[in-house]
Design a protein around this ligand. Structure first.
Ligand code: FAD
Length: 340
């Protein structure tokens, strides 16, 4: 029987370091314990918060329900052919440690996603992506427990309906499933991906054949360490806003007014704007307001330097959204999930 801890301080369990309390907290390391936790929540009529590394949530207040910390561990090769290995990984495994494990075992594909904080089970929720790769390109299927029925089901890649920082688990099936394991199809032969400009620039001194997945991982780690604040020193949740995706016509109009606007081709006739550039241009980089702050080098990252409430960070986000709208006519969308 897992231990249900009442009135639990979540400050060390969210990377914004918000000192919010959960009515109950429980750590589960297998499906049996998870089922017991779900039964407890149902019996006590408690709402649920499924927690991995807490690196993509904002606690705007105490959570009046049960926080279930997903700690399932384990990795297993479930299939193999001449070129690929299908690796099934339990949801509670740490993401970056998984990337390191794959490289140490000569399994390739995850290297561009080095150093993203959090757990394996949360990675499909927003289809994590960085430096030109998203996990939808490597995930073949995942296993999840239906919170209502308690049954374990398999989702194929297609049924996850992945999009930019999006999946069915943020939409139609929000709060319906607990992801318990994820299967990745990894390459036995290196196929490096270095199209992303910052990554290409970091490896420009090497020829294509000299670039190994290990070097890609090292370059990604170096760029990230240089660019992003470490939540252990400066509480944050990474990018606070999604990059807005707009039409080519809208982009052309904006470019007339702002020739330096930073944008990428998002395919299907759409353009992705760098939200960080918009926020910077609106004058927010390095500013502090409402008790929270905008990072001095990376305007897309909001920080909670005084480890105060999630409300402070959300108030700063609201001010930023309003001024970006006033200047560019675009509403930014918050990336992390806000609770309760
Ligand atoms: C410094 C920094 C850099 C970052 N860089 C990136 C980046 O480059 N790219 C990127 O995509 N993201 C990035 N992020 C965001 C974050 O790391 C990812 O979204 C990560 O996948 C969150 O994992 P987590 O375990 O911390 O999730 P949590 O914050 O614990 O949870 C996030 C959401 O997923 C749900 N969830 C968690 N586990 C499960 C589960 N097993 N089953 C069902 N639902 C679950 C939670 O209920 C919650 O709604 C960054 C964050 C930080 C702090």
């Amino acid at each position: 029987m897992p231990l249900f801890l009442p009135h639990f301080n979540l400050q060390k369990f969210n990377t914004l370091a918000v000192p919010a309390f959960a009515a109950y907290f429980v750590s589960v390391k297998n499906t049996e314990e998870l089922r017991e936790a779900l039964l407890f929540a149902r019996t006590e009529n408690l709402s649920l918060l499924l927690l991995g590394g807490g690196s993509n949530i904002v606690l705007q207040d105490d959570f009046p329900g049960l926080v279930v910390h997903i700690k399932h561990q384990g990795k297993e090769i479930v299939h193999e052919d001449d070129d690929h290995v299908w690796l099934q990984v339990a949801a509670g495994e740490n993401w970056h440690q998984l990337v390191e494990y794959t490289l140490a075992n000569a399994l390739y594909g995850l290297e561009n996603l080095s150093l993203i904080p959090g757990s394996v089970g949360a990675a499909p929720i927003q289809n994590i992506g960085a430096y030109g790769v998203e996990i939808k390109e490597l995930l073949t299927e995942l296993t999840a427990l239906d919170i209502r029925s308690g049954l374990s089901v398999t989702f194929t890649n297609q049924s996850c309906q992945f999009g930019y920082r999006d999946s069915i688990f943020k939409g139609a099936l929000k709060d319906r499933y607990v992801i318990t394991a994820v299967t990745f199809k990894l390459n036995k032969r290196p196929q490096v991906r270095v199209e992303y400009p910052a990554l290409r620039a970091a490896l420009a001194h090497l020829t294509q054949t000299e670039i190994t997945p290990e070097l890609v991982s090292a370059a990604v780690i170096a760029i990230r360490t240089n660019k992003l604040p470490d939540p252990a020193d400066t509480p944050n949740v990474g990018s606070f806003f999604k990059n807005p995706v707009i039409s080519k016509i809208q982009h052309e109009e904006l470019k007339l007014r702002y020739p330096g606007i930073v944008a990428y081709d998002a395919g299907e006739g759409q353009i992705k704007l760098a939200a960080g550039w918009l926020i910077d241009r609106a004058g927010w980089k390095g500013k502090e307001a409402a008790g929270a702050a905008v990072h001095k080098d990376q305007a897309l990252v909001l920080t909670n330097p005084h480890k105060t409430s999630g409300q402070a960070v959300l108030e700063l986000a609201r001010l930023i959204k309003q001024s970006v709208f006033d200047q560019f006519g675009l509403w930014l969308e918050i990336e992390p999930r806000v609770y309760p």
